[in-house]
Design a protein around this ligand. Structure first.
Ligand code: HEC
Length: 241
């Protein structure tokens, strides 16, 4: 909490209040870009932090709705939350698990503005903010072609694959998972929702990894084996015909 108080005095809260009330503006305090802030939060922070409005479900770091809940209830200003977020990113605890240098400058300003606006706020983002990041897994279903099925990890940094649906014909299939997110993922396959794992790719943060399995007709689940990722929604249904 090294940032606490750094910007406590005199920070403009009116813009923030206007946004909260109207929901049609996307400019935060100091003209921070909240859309970019949301996208960058998902890309750089969401794999470790839960924040309901951003639909992120990371569990390595504290839940950021809960982290500020009590202080906000006790009257902490959102401009102060913003300073705390900036301070944490600039100076994470050297003994903690939060990496250094995740963001700085305008990017950090946008991230902190977004987090401070939405932390512990019920409901959902509205207007342009609602569509700033596509819902996890909402991409076009993956379709096997010539024995190859490509299911990319979400490039946004969400704990999700681009699509949570895939189809294949029975027989041998190579499932490929391109990953450009920088977040560690793999892809594993099991029959049903809890059957024995038939095959699993190696784990990668960048590049492409694959696993070959032979499948009979039926319903399967593909999922990421990094702890916490499946629970956060990184899974989908594979229908084999
Ligand atoms: C690799 C995982 C990881 C990433 C990525 C990460 N954090 Fe963290 N974060 C942590 C951990 C672990 C803690 C708690 C320990 C600590 O303070 O170092 C933490 C603490 C925090 C806190 C303090 C919460 C509290 O309860 O006091 C804030 C705010 C925060 N992070 C914001 C961010 C933002 C913003 C980003 C993106 C720029 C980010 N984090 C990216 C792991 C991460």
């Amino acid at each position: 909490m090294q940032g606490l108080g750094r910007r406590a005095a005199g920070a403009p809260v009116l813009a923030a209040l206007a946004l909260a009330a109207g929901g049609c503006s996307v400019k935060g305090a100091d003209n921070a870009n909240l859309i970019a802030g949301k996208q960058q939060f998902v890309a750089k922070c969401g794999s470790c932090h839960t924040l309901a409005r951003a639909s992120t479900k990371g569990i390595i770091g504290p839940n950021l709705d809960e982290a500020f809940r009590q202080s906000l209830a006790e009257g902490l200003r959102r401009s102060t939350v913003r300073g705390v977020v900036e301070g944490q990113v600039l100076n994470p605890n050297p003994e903690g698990a939060m990496p250094k240098n995740l963001a700085s400058g305008a990017t950090l300003r946008d991230i902190a503005a977004y987090v401070s606006q939405v932390a512990d706020r019920p409901g959902q983002d509205t207007g342009l903010l609602a569509t700033a990041v596509a819902p996890p897994g909402s991409g076009k279903p993956a379709v096997e072609k010539a024995g190859k099925l490509t299911i990319p990890a979400s490039p946004t940094g969400q704990l999700a694959y681009v699509s949570n649906k895939a189809t294949a014909s029975a027989g041998p299939v190579t499932i490929e998972m391109p990953n450009s997110s920088g977040v560690n993922h793999n892809i594993a396959v099991q029959p049903g929702k809890s059957g024995p794992v038939l095959g699993a790719s190696s784990f990668i943060t960048k590049g492409t990894t694959s696993v070959k399995v032979t499948l009979k007709p039926g319903a399967y689940t593909f999922f990421c084996e990094v702890p916490g990722h499946r629970a956060a929604g990184m899974e989908g249904t594979l229908t084999v015909k």
